[in-house]
Design a protein around this ligand. Structure first.
Ligand SMILES: Cc1ncc(COP(=O)(O)O)c(C=O)c1O
Length: 346
């Protein structure tokens, strides 16, 4: 019963086989190899247009370096108050950007509404005394397991563009979002106004494969230099390329993400039907938030289950005595019988 995080799962057999294949012989370093060239074409095909692709080792590097490439003195980046860049990345964006400031906005189940974004924008007028608005950052799938539909992204991105802001998407779980939406990657990103995407592979079956996919290169002029100075220009880039080749071939990435989403949906269905537990809120991707009794949680942990408690402030209504809020994350490797066992123990 492994529901702690999707990156507790290993890499898929397809990814491991691709890594082994890429290990044959010599190849130019720093992305000058033929495989990296081919994989960039796979990204272009996936997004139905030319894109720049910059490999990194972690999602934090993708987020912080992409946003840092927009850097301006006094620059402001708007994001949800639950955003990973705000809550979990130890000030990486602020550090890499030389001190741009994140402005957390109200959110509901991980999503920022157009009304709240409009209110925030009014608080930070152009030429005002609080700094210079530079970017909007949205996470899809969100930190709360919900997803922004392309129309919702387009509305927020349209408001951002009206104010001259760049639009970033943290896609650490982009595969789960696309699999849940059934929209094309193009519709979910640049066609909705996204300028650059942190494209995550690690949480969805890769070993360590992340990339900054840039749709508006004119806005991120010095990204290459920033990546170099941050030590994120991977010398044996062919091994990252190999993982992405396996990832993007035959729709593997959506199959793996779809499986994770399905396992999450089974958890949700079981929890909705339970008289002993309930969903903290509805989600659609591979993260499920559940209210359990602390007794159930104790039994599950004693039986070897791994899952994390989640801060209760995220809940609309307070917990009763003896209840806990937990987060369950499924992955490409989650087994249906783990889900059944978890539900039966609840
Ligand atoms: C939404 C989101 N963005 C970014 C990251 C950062 O990824 P990494 O741990 O590879 O830096 C995570 C990791 O948990 C995440 O959940």
């Amino acid at each position: 019963m492994n529901f702690a995080r999707d990156n507790w799962a290993g890499a898929t057999p397809e990814v491991m086989a691709a890594l082994a294949r890429a290990n044959d012989g010599f190849a130019p370093a720093y992305g000058g190899d033929a495989l990296t060239g081919r994989v960039k074409q796979l990204f272009a095909a996936l997004f139905e247009r030319e894109v720049e692709v910059w490999f990194t080792a972690t999602g934090t590097a993708s987020n912080s370096l992409g946003l840092a490439a927009l850097s301006r003195p006094g620059g402001l980046i708007f994001c949800s108050s639950e955003a990973h860049i705000h809550v979990d990345e130890w000030g990486a964006t602020e550090f890499q950007s030389g001190g741009m400031k994140l402005i957390p906005m109200p959110q509901a189940d991980g999503k920022v509404s157009a009304a709240d974004f409009a209110t925030t924008l009014r608080r930070f007028p152009e030429g005002g005394r609080f700094g210079t608005p530079v970017a909007l950052s949205l996470t899809n799938a969100t930190e709360c397991g919900t997803v922004y539909a392309p129309g919702e992204v387009a509305e927020l991105a349209g408001m951002a563009r009206e104010r001259g802001l760049a639009v970033h998407m943290d896609g650490a779980r982009f595969g789960n979002a696309v699999a849940a939406l059934g929209a094309s990657p193009a519709a979910a990103t640049w066609q909705a106004g996204v300028d650059f995407l942190s494209f995550g592979g690690t949480k969805n079956g890769c070993w360590a494969a992340e990339a900054i996919v840039v749709f508006a290169p004119d806005k991120l002029g010095d990204l290459a230099a920033r990546r170099q100075r941050a030590g994120q220009t991977l010398s044996k880039a062919r091994f990252v390329a190999a993982q992405f080749e396996a990832y993007l071939t035959d729709g593997n990435w959506l199959r793996w993400a779809g499986h994770a989403n399905l396992m999450a949906e089974r958890l949700r269905a079981g929890l909705r039907a339970s008289s002993r537990a309930r969903l903290g809120w509805e989600s659609t991707a591979n993260e499920v938030f559940a209210v359990l009794s602390s007794e159930s949680l104790g039994h599950i942990r004693a039986a070897g289950g791994s899952l994390h408690e989640w801060p209760v402030e995220a809940l609309a209504a307070p917990l009763a005595e003896g209840e806990v809020l937990v987060r369950l994350v499924t992955s490409w490797a989650t087994q249906a019988d783990e889900v059944e066992r978890f539900l039966s123990m609840v």
